[in-house]
Design a protein around this ligand. Structure first.
Ligand code: NDP
Length: 284
């Protein structure tokens, strides 16, 4: 048996085309152009690449895109002042501070300073709380993107046993919550879980968000399961790979996301979706 490939590039492209159309309509009808501001502090190369990509894709769908580059020695106070200025800027609907930040800056303080109405990453505690109780909010982009992959592939979630490996605030925890809200029965696993495979083998939907290259093998997966690989790791040859050993798991799974080309492209796509939703709310 061969698993159905969940193509995040193609699905992400379709969603971006939908976003571009909605942006054009919004501009035409209200004169409001969605604006995304990204703050990059320091000179981490990986972060710089992510930010360039976000800028490029936002522009491509017709949004205003602003990147604010600040030196590594920026003080916490200077960064908070910059966030406050963007909070007040009516042309900006989404603010994102690229993480990680230099060690002398308190990430939580920065996230708390972003106005929840502009927190398109969905990291502010107000938005996390709203997600927990099912109110309209900005959903954390990676789990939101995974829910879109499942929906657009017509993969049913209700009544399924979803096992999420990982409990980070940005991926694992919100992932489980969104699956729960869509009526899955959810099990969380993490580094202290005993006999991990005894859980993963029960999963109808298995989400791996750990950060260990190829840790999930064929024997850890139930025949026909939907396998979602969030991991972004380097293998022994320096090649990008996921948490799932794709070659061994693909013949067992019912459907599977590749790395690259699965979950990754959806994260930026949903950031654009959140920015669009923010602009729509602001223009009401
Ligand atoms: P974190 O390091 O914050 O969390 C990793 C989680 O994995 C923790 O909950 C940890 O458990 C758990 N874990 C660690 N080791 C094991 C183990 N041996 N068995 C079971 N669970 C384990 O990472 P993130 O959630 O931020 O990211 C996870 C992965 O996803 C990374 O590879 C990251 O690069 C990638 N990622 C990809 C994105 C995309 O767009 N494709 C977006 C964001 C992340 P504990 O809590 O006990 O420490």
């Amino acid at each position: 048996m061969c698993a159905q490939l969940i193509d995040g590039v193609a699905i992400g492209q379709t969603i971006k085309e939908e976003i571009a159309k909605e942006v054009a309509t919004l501009v035409e009808e209200t004169g409001c152009q969605p604006g995304l501001a990204v703050i990059l502090v320091g000179d981490d190369q990986a972060s710089a690449t992510y930010v360039r990509n976000k800028e490029k894709q936002a522009t491509k769908v017709g949004m205003k895109s602003e990147v604010i580059r600040m030196p590594a020695e920026t003080t916490e106070e200077e960064l908070l002042e910059q966030v406050e200025a963007l909070n007040e800027d009516e042309t900006i609907h989404g603010i994102l501070v690229q993480l990680p930040l230099p060690k002398h800056i308190d990430e939580n303080k920065v996230i708390l300073t972003i106005r929840p109405e502009k927190d398109v990453d969905g990291f502010h505690p107000v938005n996390v709380g709203k997600m927990m109780i099912g109110q309209e909010t900005f959903l954390s982009c990676t789990p939101y993107g995974i829910m879109q992959l499942l929906e657009r592939m017509d993969i049913p979630v209700a009544g399924k046993h979803a096992v999420v490996i990982g409990r980070s605030n940005i991926v694992g925890k919100p992932m489980g919550q969104l699956l729960l809200q869509n009526d899955a029965t959810v099990t969380y696993c993490h580094s202290r879980t005993k006999d991990l495979a005894s859980y993963t083998r029960q999963a109808d939907i298995l989400v791996a968000a750990v950060g260990i290259a190829k840790m999930i093998k064929a024997e850890d997966v139930k025949e026909g399961a939907v396998v979602i690989d969030v991991g972004m790791n380097r293998d022994e040859n320096g090649k990008l790979c996921g948490d799932v050993d794709f070659d061994s798991v693909e013949p067992v799974a019912g459907a599977i996301t590749p790395v690259p080309g699965g979950v990754g492209p959806m994260t930026i796509t949903m950031l654009l979706q959140n920015t669009l939703e923010s602009a729509i709310r602001a223009s009401r």
